[in-house]
Design a protein around this ligand. Structure first.
Ligand SMILES: [Cu+2]
Length: 305
């Protein structure tokens, strides 16, 4: 029990209150010491080139070792070596071309989850395209017709491929930015419950990163569930204003402190950092977040200064 791992464990039979507290404290201290040490945590935008007005992206699927926590290195599959894969970020109305190279030992295909696109580019083997064989490259090309927070992921052997890391955010900014509420900062939070346990953006507490905010900053959080079970995400002290579901703006935004994100769903919220402090932020299925040896898995914080 000396290491924090990302799985639920029973308390050791002879654990005293002090023993338990020491393990809990060690996890929180490690989390605080890790701040800023995992700069890719909140997502890296995939660079692109522009050819005749089309934005061109390259994705390569391959096997990687992915460290979820210290001592918890998972056999993953990933786009461009990262879990989640790099964020694709474009603007409504853009034309995109995405070259997908398959370096896996099995076939592959990519589905653009939430996008309104032509059927032939939808990424479902034998329904809309042949599978991308090992070693092959398939080029997806389409116009991006709807804005919002979307995803891309494998649609071939997906309970394995997607759950084990072939997933990423596909963010489409609206042509008219005034069509959505103003915000100062923007975070994607991908939920998963397969690869290496319960994770936020591919990492489990204490190797998750907090959102660092200034007082009264308006923080946009884009939740995406790429796992197989629901995750009610609860933020202490700061209410969440829910503004969109699955990329569609809500006709009437609403407030809550816990937003349940089901597999495949995206929910966009805005949090106004109106009170200073370190606010816990975690999945409220408690077996996804805390065990006798301390917090683990789907736990992070919003730190307001
Ligand atoms: Cu959960």
């Amino acid at each position: 029990m000396s290491d924090m791992t990302n799985t639920v464990a029973a308390a050791p039979a002879a654990q005293t209150a002090d023993d338990m507290d020491a393990m809990h404290e060690a996890g929180v201290k490690k989390f605080l010491a890790n701040i800023g040490k995992n700069p890719g945590f909140w997502g890296t935008s995939l660079p692109f080139t522009t050819e005749s007005g089309t934005k061109v992206f390259n994705l390569t699927a391959s096997e990687v070792k992915w460290q979820v926590n210290e001592g918890n290195v998972a056999d993953a599959v990933a786009y461009n070596g990262m879990v989640p894969g790099p964020m694709i970020r474009v603007t409504e109305g853009d034309n995109v071309r995405i070259n997908v190279t398959n370096k896996l030992k099995e076939s592959h295909a990519v589905h653009w989850h939430g996008l309104k696109i032509v059927n032939a580019m939808d990424g479902v083997p034998f329904l809309t395209q042949p599978p991308i064989k090992p070693g092959a490259t398939f080029t997806y090309e389409f116009k991006v017709n709807n804005s919002g927070s979307h995803m891309y992921h494998s649609h071939h052997n997906s309970a394995q491929q997607t759950s084990r890391g072939l997933l990423g955010a596909f963010i489409v900014d609206p042509k008219d930015k005034k069509s959505e509420p103003a915000f100062d900062s923007d975070y994607v939070l991908v939920l998963n419950d397969v690869l290496g346990g319960f994770t936020l953006n591919g990492r489990g507490f204490p190797e998750t990163q907090p959102i660092l905010a200034k007082l009264n900053e308006r923080i946009r959080i884009r939740y995406m569930n790429e796992g197989n079970v629901i995750h009610p995400m609860h933020l202490h002290g700061l209410e969440q204003q829910v503004i969109a579901r699955d990329g569609w703006p809500l006709p009437q935004p609403f407030y809550c402190d816990t937003i349940t994100v089901a597999p495949g769903e995206r929910w966009d919220v805005i949090v106004t950092a109106h009170t200073a402090g370190a606010w816990a932020f975690h999945c409220h299925i408690l077996t996804h977040a805390e065990a006798p040896m301390g917090m683990f898995g789907m736990v992070t914080a919003v730190v307001v200064t």
